[in-house]
Design a protein around this ligand. Sequence first.
Ligand code: HEC
Ligand code: HEC
Ligand code: HEC
Ligand code: HEC
Length: 203
Amino acid sequence: MKRLIFLMTFVSFGMFVYSQTIVGSAHDFSGRNWNTTGELCIVCHTPHHSDVTVSDAPLWNHEVSTATYTLYSSPTLDATMEQPGNSSKLCLSCHDGTVAIENFGGVTDGTRYLTGNSQIGPDLSGHHPVSFVYDAALSSADKGLFDPTSTSSGLGSTISDDMLINNKLECASCHDVHNGYGVDYLLVKDNQSSALCLTCHNK
Ligand code: HEC
Ligand code: HEC
Ligand code: HEC
Ligand code: HEC
C-alpha cells in the first residue's frame, strides 16, 4: 500500500511537472482536417528529404516564407536589427500570414492562412524585436538590461544558455514551440507580474 501511494504520488508529480507537451496545445495539428497524415510532427519536421535551404533548421518540412519584414525601430533601441534569422524565420513561415498552414511536405497550394492576433508580421514594427544579438555589450550599452551571460533565466541556467539562440533573441526566447513548459501562449515562463519581461529587463 505504501509503495502504491509512493508510486501514485510519483506518477502525479511526474504528470504535473513533465507531461507538458505539444499534445493538445495550439500546435497539435494531428486532428486538423487539413492534416490527413494524422501526425503531430510532420507539419514542421520530416525524418527524410527535409528543406536544407534554411540554415540550422531542424529537419524542416514546412514551406518557408520569402517575405521581407518591416523591422522594429525606436530612438532608444541600442540593438542592431536585421531581417529575421533562422529560428524566427521558421515561426514566421506560418505566423507572418503569407504561407498557408497546410503547405508542408511539398504541398504549395494550401488556402488556410493565419490571420488576426496569430498573424505576426510581415510588419514586425509593432512587435517585440527579434533576431538581434543580446550580449554583455548590449546590456552595458542599454543599462536597463541584465547581462545575459551571467544572469539566471530562472529556467536552470543563464539567459544566454536558456533563452538565446546563437546569442540572439528570437521568438523562441519567449516561446517554446513544443509547449514544453505548459504555460499559456506557449511561453517559456508565466508572465504573471511580468516575470518573463523582468527576466531580461532591469526595470
Ligand atoms: C509548429 C511546428 C512544430 C511542430 C508541430 C513540431 N516542432 Fe519541433 N521544432 C519546431 C521549431 C520551430 C524548432 C526549432 C527550435 C526553436 O527555434 O524553438 C523545432 C526543434 C525541434 C528539435 C530540435 C531542438 C529541440 O527542441 O530539441 C527537435 C528534436 C524537435 N523539434 C522535435 C519535434 C517532434 C518530435 C515533434 C512532434 C512530436 C515536433 N518537434 C513538432 C517546430 C515544430
Ligand atoms: C506549421 C505552422 C506553424 C509554425 C511553423 C509555428 N506555428 Fe505557432 N501556431 C500555428 C497555428 C495554426 C496556431 C493556432 C492559431 C489559432 O488558433 O488562431 C499557432 C499558435 C501559436 C501561438 C498561440 C498559442 C496559444 O495557446 O494561443 C503561439 C504563441 C505560437 N503559435 C508561437 C509560435 C512560435 C514561437 C513558433 C516558432 C518557434 C511557431 N509558433 C511556429 C502555426 C504554426
Ligand atoms: C519578448 C518575448 C516575446 C517574443 C520575443 C515573442 N513573443 Fe509572442 N508572445 C509573448 C507574450 C508574453 C505573449 C502573450 C500574449 C501577450 O501578452 O500579448 C505572446 C503571444 C504570442 C501569440 C499569440 C497572439 C495573441 O495575441 O493571441 C503568437 C502567435 C506569438 N506570440 C508569436 C510570436 C512569434 C511568431 C514571435 C517571433 C516573431 C514572437 N511571438 C516573439 C512574448 C513574446
Ligand atoms: C530574453 C530577454 C528578453 C525578454 C524575456 C523580454 N525582453 Fe524586451 N528586449 C530585450 C532586449 C535585449 C531588447 C533590446 C533593447 C535595446 O537594444 O535597446 C528588448 C527590447 C524591448 C523594448 C524596446 C526598447 C526600445 O528601446 O525601443 C521593449 C519596450 C521591451 N523589450 C519590452 C519587453 C516586454 C514588455 C517584455 C515582456 C513581455 C519583454 N520585453 C521581454 C530582451 C528581452
